[in-house]
Design a protein around this ligand. Sequence first.
Ligand SMILES: C[S@@+](CC[C@H](N)C(=O)[O-])C[C@H]1O[C@@H](n2cnc3c(N)ncnc32)[C@H](O)[C@@H]1O
Length: 298
Amino acid sequence: MTVQNEFTTHDAEILPTSPLVEFWNDTLAPKFVKYRHVLEGGLSRHSETVMPLLEIARGDHVLDVGCGFGDTAIAMANRVGPEGRVVGVDCCDAFLDIACNRPERRFAPNVRFESGDAERGLGVAQYDFVFSRFGTMFFSNPVAGLRSMRNALKPGGRMAHIVWRGRKDNPWLIAAGDIVRRYLPAPGADARTCGPGPFSMADEDTTRAQMVAAGFTDIAFQRIDAKVQVGRDIDDAVNFQLAVGPAGETYREAGAEGVARRAEIMLALSELFEGVQAREGGLWMDSSSWLITARAPR
Ligand SMILES: C[S@@+](CC[C@H](N)C(=O)[O-])C[C@H]1O[C@@H](n2cnc3c(N)ncnc32)[C@H](O)[C@@H]1O
């Protein structure tokens, strides 16, 4: 059995890296890797129930956009069987390193990982199914990114992406952000960011219009509610929130002011998590996403 241990890079030498891709690599990557147990564990709660229902058939060629640590790409590689293949693409090399070295990858020789910016093209008419779990909300130009995904599909091919629903249905990210904003100013217009952000596709009408503009048909939205683990314990949850998401962004952008107020912010966050449900070795909060399915025209 041949296992590819390194991912391929296909566009880095042609165009300068976009600021968003730089931000994922130089700022978010170490934080996401540190809190992989929270992120992969939580995000998988939003794919595990729908994954078996997706119209992926044995022998299909599948693309996983913004594949992160690679768990969904490998799960789909098992679905398509040895006669199918899966490509996981991500713009963050540290995530692809982890994806390439997952132990279960040894048993999925039909999956390949590639480094690339999805907004700059994903190939033309190569795939039967294009998937993304929480990867599309960060496109700087959502219609261009979604159009890349549609172009990558063969005529009549299917797509599914999972995106966060609105803030009020996602206290696991928002409650801590609101607390941190009581102590620190909101990030300014010049803040470095990972793109439009986790709630940029929460509005059904806007996202449907973007999908239509990108050329998709048969667009359907299905709500998924799930409890996600926000940390193993209170300390883990507090540190996770200060690293990623709206709380982390506010804290990071505040610089020295944030550091000066870190202790009182941590105390306030601890009080939030003291009131959160503890079970199965962790703290659990509500979250809610859309499963959006669509088709490329025939
Ligand atoms: C929230 S993470 C989700 C990762 C993974 N799909 C999961 O559910 O665990 C978003 C992912 O999208 C990737 N990403 C963001 N913008 C991208 C782009 N323009 N091209 C490729 N990947 C991108 C990030 O590097 C990151 O791995």
